[in-house]
Design a protein around this ligand. Structure first.
Ligand SMILES: [Zn+2]
Ligand SMILES: [Zn+2]
Length: 349
């Protein structure tokens, strides 16, 4: 079966070509065939600027770090040929202090695919054949829908932000920003039994937030923000916008927690720091995930999450460019998925 790969060669330029696959699989790696991948805000940053903030790409690279795939060659491991696996993109060193503490997200020597933070860059998952470390492949039962399993990575990020914020059953939680990450945080917090309110500038995004579990949805500009003041135990900031961060500081109760999930960009910011002091707000950052990857997969296996509501649309892998353009248009509400072109959900070799 032919295989293709997409490469970002410059800002807004992706080439799709036949993939040349190495004859040898590296030691400790399994050979996989892509089933479903999904687009992340990070991919969009690289696509739009050939950089993600201060991290500039040195050379063309295949984007993508959210995917699931079928095992083509287990390469001597206990994985089974044809098995569906979720790919954990964090390839940590397993030796540094952070790794020893189980905080592989903060590993000082980790490798991450489709990113300028790893030099030389590793190709990401927007390609048919992927060699991936065996220990980063999590097999799932045949009942799991690959279109759900690709959410494992972003859902792990969302769960990490909930864990950092201490979100628990019965709490009042506000999620600022209803992009894909905000929507995942809403779905996961609702699944955890929290009473979730969502807020965004875009009414359509707020509608999706309600569909995935928010009890109430608010549209910026149509409400009196004073009504939100001090109302929430935890706020998950998922918009990356400074005004939303200030809304979070106002909306959280005294001694509450604001957990930053968004890929907030560098730059000057007029932040209401005095509220952090006056209300003794706990502001925590949330970067990637650790044990939450496993938690995400278990949550996917329980089928407690409505992934169809979280999915904006799908494109074939051969149309990676079109998929990213659609994401750039801002017209997608929820995740955009990439499906392997010839995927009939059975093993391909
Ligand atoms: Zn991502
Ligand atoms: Zn490490």
């Amino acid at each position: 079966m032919p295989s293709i790969e997409s490469k970002l060669t410059a800002a807004r330029a992706i080439t799709v070509a036949d993939q040349s696959v190495a004859a040898e699989i590296p030691e400790g790696f399994a050979r996989l065939r892509l089933s479903v991948a999904s687009l992340c805000g990070t991919d969009l940053h690289y696509y739009s600027h050939f950089a993600n903030g201060i991290f500039v790409l040195n050379n063309p690279v295949t984007l993508g770090h959210e995917a699931c795939a079928y095992v083509v060659d287990p390469n001597g491991s206990s994985l089974k040929k044809g098995q569906l696996v979720a790919l954990n993109p964090i390839m940590n060193c397993q030796a540094c202090d952070a790794c020893k503490r189980g905080e592989e997200n903060l590993c000082t020597a980790k490798k991450f695919p489709g990113s300028a933070t790893t030099v030389p860059h590793l190709d990401g998952f927007f390609r048919d054949i992927i060699d991936h470390p065996i220990r980063c492949c999590r097999p799932v039962s045949a009942q799991v829908d690959p279109k759900h399993l690709t959410f494992a990575e972003p859902m792990a990020c969302a769960l990490h932000s909930l864990n950092k914020g201490g979100v628990a059953e019965g709490q009042k939680v506000l999620v600022t920003g209803c992009g894909p990450m905000g929507l995942l945080a809403i779905a996961c917090a609702s699944a955890r039994g929290a009473d979730v309110t969502a807020i965004d500038l875009r009414p359509d995004a707020v509608d999706v937030a309600r569909a995935v579990g928010a009890k109430s949805g608010l549209v910026v500009g149509t409400l009196n923000e004073a009504d939100l003041e001090g109302q929430f135990d935890v706020v998950i900031e998922a918009s990356g916008a400074i005004p939303a961060f200030n809304t979070a500081l106002k909306a959280v109760r005294r001694k509450g927690c604001v957990s930053i999930l968004s890929n907030i960009q560098m730059g000057g910011a007029d932040v209401l720091l005095n509220l952090i002091m006056l209300k003794e707000i706990n502001v925590v950052g949330s970067f990637q995930f650790n044990c939450e990857f496993e938690q995400a997969i278990q949550l996917i296996e329980t089928q407690a999450i409505d992934f169809d509501a979280l999915t904006a649309t799908t494109f074939p892998l051969s149309q990676t460019n079109e998929a990213l353009e659609f994401m750039a248009s801002g017209k997608a509400f929820g995740k955009i998925l990439l499906l392997a072109d010839n995927d009939d959900q059975t093993l391909k070799t």
